[in-house]
Write a protein that binds this ligand. Structure first.
Ligand code: CDP
Length: 405
């Protein structure tokens, strides 16, 4: 198992907050397709009518995700028990019994057969029930994709300060997970709502005294790892023992095993066939075309914060700094994808999948969502030292019962 940890403080830690304000803690687990993460938040609430101030986030993650243990559910309990130690270290003992622990699973568990997913969640529930923390009703569940997009939007707009003003000026979010991908933004034009394929793309929610009507969608199967599988033609395939899945997006001489969601696949380049950006694009476009809806308005109206694998791959490709993040144009992904794919036989990239991943990201942004080459994206891992993820939004929702409808 891989383990990473970080501690961040937004404000100098307040051991004695100002009069009438109260410190409270919350623990949120993110069970993703590629890893399990714990976020321990410290909030200061001075005014019930306002959103709390986030004082601090403690974050730790473990790989692989719980879906890798689909046939060994007790490992799910073990993973969560290990991560709960972080909560015990971060929350003062006297606060344990009023500190809620909540776990939400995303695409990894959505993609598993129901029975296997529930066996994993049952194990987690037992670990929670034995823990000294407050276990609210519905503390362990699979979150639906719509909430995933909305809650990440809440996180980023809370951290950038947009939710605390009443201006309705906000930023959009693009989240590329392993199993699913989300887009969420606040449209300015009615036409954007009128031209959605179904009601599922429009969500209204109330927060304090504001109501937001958002365009949002989560595409299950269009996360980066699921897209690799689909490109290789390995999605739902039988005969994994003997089949080798080939792609022109992989270096010609490359051959290896690759695991995702508890299954292992043999994958390789195509030694006799083509390789490079163009044939690769033709393969990945099939994963996107006719699947992703293009919102009526995207162009230049909204600044989008892009995170998760958008960020990780931009770092791997040398497009942004691993600590700072930065602004990129959509065309920067395309340019780098071409460079890496077209020379991968002579100079293999750091990861054999880098050509496929960058080509998919380019294709998703352009042919999928319909962004222009010149659209700028804010590549972000953390905002003010806090993870850009749906987890903070989900925690705020827990305390404030934000109405999402
Ligand atoms: N707090 C987090 C959560 C996920 N991630 C990144 O998100 C990507 C995968 O997300 P995931 O495993 O949750 O995927 P889904 O199950 O949501 O599709 C990886 O690049 C993770 O490193 C992150 O950077 N920070």
């Amino acid at each position: 198992m891989d383990l990473t940890q970080s501690m961040s403080s937004l404000l100098p830690s307040l051991s004695r907050p100002a009069n009438h304000s109260r410190i409270h803690y919350a623990v949120m687990f993110d069970v993703g397709s590629t890893g399990t993460r714990i976020h321990v938040y410290t909030f200061i609430q001075s005014d019930k009518e306002k959103l709390p101030i986030l004082d601090n986030e403690m974050f730790q993650s473990i790989k692989p995700g719980l879906s890798a243990y689909a046939d060994f559910p007790e490992m799910a309990g073990h993973t969560v028990r290990m991560l709960l130690k972080v909560a015990k270290r971060s929350v003062p003992r006297v606060e344990w019994k009023r500190t809620p622990v909540v776990l939400r699973a995303t695409a990894g568990l959505r993609l598993l057969p129901k029975q296997k997913a529930h066996a994993l969640l049952d194990q987690v529930q037992s670990v929670f029930d034995e823990s000294p923390f407050l276990v609210p009703d519905n503390s362990v569940s699979i979150m639906d994709g719509t909430n995933e997009g909305i809650l990440a939007w809440i996180t980023v707009n809370f951290l950038t300060g947009h939710l605390q003003t009443q201006t309705q000026k906000t930023v959009g979010i693009l989240d590329l997970g392993g199993g699913s991908t989300q887009i969420t933004f606040l449209p300015k034009l009615r036409k954007t709502f009128e031209s959605v394929p179904s009601e599922d793309y429009v969500v209204r929610f109330d927060i304090l005294n504001s109501t937001f009507e958002l365009y949002t969608f989560s595409y299950l199967g269009n996360g980066l790892m699921a897209a690799r599988l689909a490109t290789l033609g390995a999605l739902g395939a039988e005969g994994l023992d003997w089949q080798v899945f080939k792609s022109s997006c992989l270096p010609k001489k490359f051959k290896d095993e690759w695991s995702f969601g508890g299954l292992t696949y043999q994958v390789s380049g195509d030694p006799e066939g083509l390789s490079g950006y163009k044939p690769c694009y033709q393969e990945v476009v099939k994963v996107v075309k006719g699947v992703i809806h293009q919102p009526h308005e995207l162009q230049d109206n909204n600044l989008f914060y892009a995170f998760s694998y958008y960020y990780d791959r931009a770092v791997d490709a040398g497009l942004i700094d691993g600590e700072q993040g930065g602004r990129l144009e959509v065309r920067d992904f395309k340019k780098r994808a071409k460079e890496i794919c077209n020379k991968m036989t002579k100079s293999p990239p750091s990861s054999p999948f880098l050509c496929l991943d960058l080509t998919y990201i380019t294709c998703l942004l352009k042919d999928g969502f319909g962004f222009k080459d010149s659209t700028e994206l804010q590549l972000t891992k953390k905002v003010k030292n806090v993870e850009a993820s749906w987890a903070l939004g989900a925690t705020l929702k827990h305390f404030h019962d934000l109405k999402i409808h």
